[in-house]
Design a protein around this ligand. Sequence first.
Ligand code: AP5
Length: 214
Amino acid sequence: MSLRIVLLGPPGAGKGTQAERLVQHLKIPRIVTGDLLRAAVKNKTDLGQKAQTYMNRGELVPDELVVALIREQLSQLNSQRGFILDGFPRNIQQASALEQLTEIDLALLIDLPREEVIRRLSARRMCERCERIYNLVYQPPKREGICDACQGLLVQRSDDKPDVVAKRYDIQYNQDAQPLVESYRKRSVLVTIDGEGTIEEVFERILRVIRSYK
Ligand code: AP5
C-alpha cells in the first residue's frame, strides 16, 4: 500500500515509537526531522551549529533550514511509493512548503494530555549510539542504562528537562501547530488517535485507521 503520512502530536505522544512500527508494517521509508537535526548537532555540521541553540531552548529551528532538509530528503525517495514524515511539518509555513513538494494522504495526530507528556518524557532514555528509544517506566531496557540492541549507553535528551518539555508543549504544539492541525482538518485528511494506553493499544488504533485506506 502506498500512503503518504504526516505524523502530528505533542512532544512525547509516541510519534517515533509508533512510526517505527508503522515502517515495519507498511514497508515505507520514514523521515524524522528531530533525528536528522540531532545527527547534525552531533556531527557539528553547519546546520547542526545553527539548530542547536533553538533545540536546547525547546524552540522550532527556523523554517528555511528544516524545509531545505526535507526537500533534500524527499528528493532521494520515490514519494509515489509512500512515506512517513515524523516531525514535519510543525507549523502552517512548513505545511505550505510541503505542498509544493508532495501531496499528503493522511495526517495522523496522536493526542496526549500535558501531564502524561511530562511523565513520559522525564522517563525517556535514548541510546546514544543507535538512537533506539526506551522508557524507564513503560519500556525499560533489559540491563539498566544499556541498549538492548547495540549495548550503547542510554542517555537523556537535553530537551527532555521538564522546563524545556513544558515550552515544547505550550509553544511548539499548543500554539504553532494548531493552525496546521486545523488546515489538515479542513482538507479532510486529519485523523486523531488517542495516545493513552499501551504502545500496542495505540498501534492497534492506528492500524484500524490504516486499514480503512486499503
Ligand atoms: P522531535 O525529536 O521531533 O521531538 P518531538 O516532536 O517533541 O517529539 P519527541 O521525539 O519528543 O516525542 P515522540 O512523539 O516521538 O515520542 P516517543 O515515541 O519518543 O524534535 C526535537 C526538536 O527538534 C524540536 O524541539 C525542534 O527544536 C527541532 N525540530 C524537529 N522538527 C522540526 C521542524 N519540523 N521544524 C523546526 N524544528 C524542528 O515517546 C516518548 C516516550 O514515551 C518514550 O520514552 C517512549 O518509550 C514512551 N512511550 C511511547 N508510547 C508510549 C505508550 N503508549 N505508553 C507508555 N509509554 C510510551
